[in-house]
Structures are given as structure tokens and as C-alpha cells.
Design a protein around this ligand. Structure first.
Ligand code: GLN
Length: 504
């Protein structure tokens, strides 16, 4: 049994509120750790002065018994969220040195609050985190600013695209970080780095100020040490935003209170009694690595011991999620990225004869190989004559994939399986084989296409002592159920408490 990680958000928020530590002291400690761990490549920019100023203001509010729900707790943001006063690059040379005139809603809500709105949660921003260029990738090797190393084994990738977020939390540089998930970019790095990550239902968090990759799939979320910590941040960052037309009209929810209420109502040693967990047989194919399968099965057995019932279910179109996603996401990306034309944002080629050449050179120089590949695929599938054959077909299949989930949710509450088919790969292993990387997204893409919430929960260790994540997928707006199940598991296990260098 455990009561959460001592360096986790919940514990730190409590210590700050009870004035056992100061935010300034905590901020200094983490800034020193970040400095000592520069080799990891997790941060693209560190704002020591700004963070200390925020921390001092937080300490003043705490001294008055005031402040937000997470007042003074430090965090860092994936560099896909725009921030005022700090550069935002989305891991791309195209945006190197770009400074936004406004702040993403998620950033504002976790920090000082939106302009003219209520005060925010009061968290202290330490800096911005490395990621794959425009969030395209699953190893963080597509960042224009270099890869991120996995803190569990520095010869391996941390996963992606939120690789900096996952590595920073795993290495103890921040208690929590924001991330974005379009097809798995929170869950997969969380799994590969042994931290807890949640991508909520599409629309729960505002996309305002989140640099667009594939707008119908992009969602903001959190990576932290525990489900409880994720619940605390998610409550603060979610809720309707009139600046994002796709943001849900539902009022902001207190996921933390829901998680606790569910636990209080639960029967003693069986907090998950009555919870039906569906295991899609397509999530346990023969090709699934044995070490991953074993860890996932052990976590499922632990959930069963807590009272959950495991059921066999089927998501028959799982395999189709790969071609469907890799048509829809590039199609939307090719449209979203057309705004980087050298006129409005970021990079512009130094030399050109005319406007057409300026566009061509700017985009050739500014984008990396993977981004160019996606723009080409996207432009192709949207072009006249191919639109019906590819894009329209993919949209139809996307709907069928979503329907398969609803058929499962008719008789189960949560769907579970692995997050990734293997533990973290060695750096460089997949760099020249994009198809191999795309295929490894198989278990995370379906929930993204359906717009469902998904989590990665640490579930032990596989080959080389590398972390393995259990994926939990909920029905629409079922974040509370996911967080409750994950929290119950974390109360009864200690996988999430292990840190790199202390695996034994
Ligand atoms: N790995 C997937 C891709 O490369 C998902 C990325 C993401 O979720 N942002 O598109």
C-alpha cells in the first residue's frame, strides 16, 4: 500500500499548503536537477528567472492562505503549447525562436489563469519540453533540436511525440508535464518511460494555443507519477473554452473528487468490485512481445484481485486503424501546416528570386523529413481523383472503428491492453524505417480515432528492465472511471513508484 509518490504533485501541493517547503526552494531544487540532467535533452528551454519569480509570488499567496489548487507546484509544458514570454518551436526549425503573443488555454489554466478569467491553479512553469517535430513521431527522434534519452537506459528512446514530457517526469525533473496525444503521443512515451499519462476524451481540454497537427484527433493531457496527480492537473486544465469550437460544453469536472468518491464508496479490499474490463483479443496478437504481454497480464491480474471482472471482447477493425490514421492525420496535417509559408510565422529563406521560390525554399529548409513525408501523403490523399478512394474511405472506416468500441462498451466499462507492442527501442533503430514506427502505433490509434479517453499506467518491467505500460480506454467522458481504476491499482502496487536506477 502506498499514499502516492513523495515527489508527486499531490504530496508537493500538500507540503506547500502546509508550508513545510516553499515553492522557491522546490523550484531551485528542480532547476538544479534539470541543469544536471541536460544530457537527457528533455528541455528545449528553461526559464529559471521567470520560474523563481512565479515561485516567489506563489509563496506570498500561500503565506496568506490564498492561491490556486496547485499553487506553487512546478511543471513544464510540451513545446507544442504556446506560452507568452517563452519561445515555442513544436520541435521544428520552422518555428525556431518564435514567441507567441498569447498563451494556450491549458497553460493559462494551470498557471496564472486566463486573461479576464478566474485565477488559475497557480503552478510554476519551469520551461518547455522537447518533442517530435509538430508532434509527428513516436520516438522523439524527429525533433529538429535533437533526441531525448530514456532515463531508464540512455541508449534508448523515450517514446514520442511527448518524449521530453515523459523523460522529464521519469527523471524527477518535474512532478508533472503537459503533453498532447493525436495517435498515442501521451500514452506511448508514458509507457516507455514508466510514468502515468492520460489523454482525455476529445474536447475535454481546449486546443486553443496548441499547435495543430491533426485537429480532429489532437488532445491535450498530462504525464505525471500517478493517476491521482494526473487527476489533479486534468481538473485544472479541462472545461469548455469559447476559443475552441470543438471544446466540450460540459462544465469542468473535479476528476480528483470523482476518483476519491468512487474509492470511498467502494467495498474494502475490493475497490473495483463491479468494474467490467474488456480485453480485445486483437490487443494480444502473437506478435506482441512476450515481456510486454507478461507485464500487462500481471497488471490485469492485480485489477482482478481488486474486484474487477475481465471479459473477452473484440475490436475487429484494430488493424485498419493504422492505414486509416495514416491517411486522416497527414491529410489534416498537410492543411494545418500550409500556414508555415515564410510570411506569417517563423523561418523564412534568406535568398529567393520570387514568391514561389520563397515558399519552396522556406518550407524545404524549415521542415524535417518526417513532416515533409506527411505533407506529401496528406496532399496526395486529398487530391482530386484520390479523395474518394483514400480520404473518404478512411473517414467511413473511422466511424466503424468508433462503432466497434461502442459495441464493447455495451457490456464493459473499461477496455484494457498494452500501450506499445515492445519496450523502448534503441536510439536510431527506427529512424530510417517510418513504416515500422507507424505499425507500433497499433494499440493507441483506435482510441484516438474514436475520440475516446485513454491512459497508460505503469505495469512493471520487461526486457532490459525497461518499463511497460497498461493501457486503459474508457467510454466518452469516462476519465473518472479510468482514473479510479488506475488509482486503485496504484494503491495496491508500486510499479509507478519505481524510478530509474532503483528498479530492483
Ligand atoms: N506516433 C503517431 C504519429 O506519429 C502519433 C503522434 C501523436 O500522437 N502526436 O503520428
Amino acid at each position: 500500500m502506498n499514499t502516492g509518490h513523495p515527489d508527486g504533485v499531490a504530496a508537493l501541493a500538500r507540503a506547500l499548503r502546509e508550508r513545510r517547503i516553499s515553492s522557491e526552494e522546490l523550484t531551485r531544487t528542480l532547476l538544479a536537477r534539470i541543469e544536471a540532467e541536460r544530457e537527457l535533452g528533455a528541455f528545449l528551454c528553461v526559464d529559471a528567472e521567470g520560474a523563481l519569480a512565479q515561485a516567489r509570488r506563489a509563496d506570498e499567496r500561500l503565506a496568506r492562505g490564498a492561491g490556486g489548487t496547485l499553487e506553487g507546484v512546478p511543471l513544464a509544458h510540451k513545446d507544442v503549447f504556446v506560452t507568452r514570454g517563452l519561445p515555442t518551436s513544436a520541435g521544428s526549425k520552422m518555428l525556431a525562436g518564435y514567441a507567441s503573443p498569447f498563451e494556450a488555454t491549458v497553460v493559462a489554466r494551470l498557471g496564472a489563469g486566463e486573461p479576464g478569467g478566474p485565477p488559475g491553479a497557480g503552478m510554476v512553469t519551469l520551461g518547455k519540453l522537447n518533442c517530435d517535430e509538430f508532434a509527428m513521431g513516436s520516438s522523439n527522434e524527429n525533433s529538429a533540436f535533437g533526441p531525448v534519452l530514456n532515463p531508464w537506459d540512455r541508449t534508448r528512446v523515450p517514446g514520442g511525440s511527448s518524449g521530453g514530457s515523459a523523460a522529464a517526469v521519469a527523471a524527477g525533473l518535474v512532478p508533472a508535464a503537459t503533453g498532447t496525444d493525436t495517435g498515442g503521443s501521451i500514452r506511448q512515451p508514458a509507457s516507455l518511460c514508466g510514468v502515468t499519462g492520460i489523454k482525455p476524451t476529445y474536447g475535454v481540454c481546449s486546443r486553443h494555443g496548441m499547435i495543430a497537427f491533426a485537429s480532429s484527433l489532437d488532445q491535450a493531457g498530462v504525464l505525471a507519477r500517478s493517476a491521482e496527480d494526473c487527476a489533479l492537473l486534468l481538473s485544472a486544465m479541462s472545461g469548455h473554452d469559447r476559443r475552441d469550437a470543438t471544446s466540450s460544453e460540459r462544465p469542468a469536472q473535479d476528476f480528483h473528487a470523482q476518483m476519491r468518491a468512487a474509492r470511498a464508496g467502494a467495498d474494502g479490499g475490493r475497490p473495483l468490485a463491479g468494474l467490467r474490463i474488456g480485453l480485445p483479443r486483437e490487443f494480444f496478437p502473437p506478435a506482441l512481445a512476450a515481456d510486454v504481454a507478461a507485464a500487462v497480464r500481471a497488471a490485469l491480474a492485480a485489477l482482478e484481485k481488486l474486484g474487477a471482472t475481465l471479459l473477452d471482447v473484440s475490436l475487429p477493425r484494430t488493424e485498419l486503424a493504422i492505414p486509416v490514421y495514416y491517411i486522416i492525420a497527414p491529410a489534416e496535417a498537410s492543411s494545418n501546416l500550409s500556414r508555415y509559408d515564410g510570411v506569417r510565422y517563423g523561418h523564412r529563406a534568406a535568398q529567393y528570386a520570387d514568391l514561389a521560390e520563397m515558399y519552396r525554399r522556406t518550407r524545404s529548409e524549415g521542415f524535417g523529413a518526417e513532416v515533409k513525408r506527411r505533407i506529401m501523403i496528406g496532399t496526395y490523399v486529398l487530391s482530386h481523383g484520390y479523395y474518394d478512394a483514400y480520404y473518404l474511405q478512411a473517414q467511413k472506416l473511422r466511424r466503424m472503428i468508433a462503432e466497434d468500441f461502442q459495441a464493447c462498451f455495451a457490456h464493459c466499462d473499461v477496455i484494457a491492453g498494452p500501450v506499445a507492442p515492445q519496450v523502448a527501442a534503441r536510439l536510431g533503430e527506427q529512424a530510417h524505417d517510418p513504416i515500422k514506427a507507424y505499425l507500433a502505433d497499433i494499440f493507441t490509434l483506435p482510441a484516438s480515432l474514436a475520440g475516446l479517453p485513454g491512459m497508460s499506467v505503469p505495469a512493471g518491467f520487461g526486457d532490459g528492465g525497461m518499463p511497460v505500460g497498461l493501457q486503459l480506454i474508457g467510454n466518452y467522458f469516462g476519465e473518472g472511471t479510468l482514473l479510479h481504476a488506475a488509482h486503485a491499482l496504484q494503491q495496491a502496487s508500486d510499479w509507478h513508484l519505481r524510478t530509474p536506477g532503483a528498479t530492483a
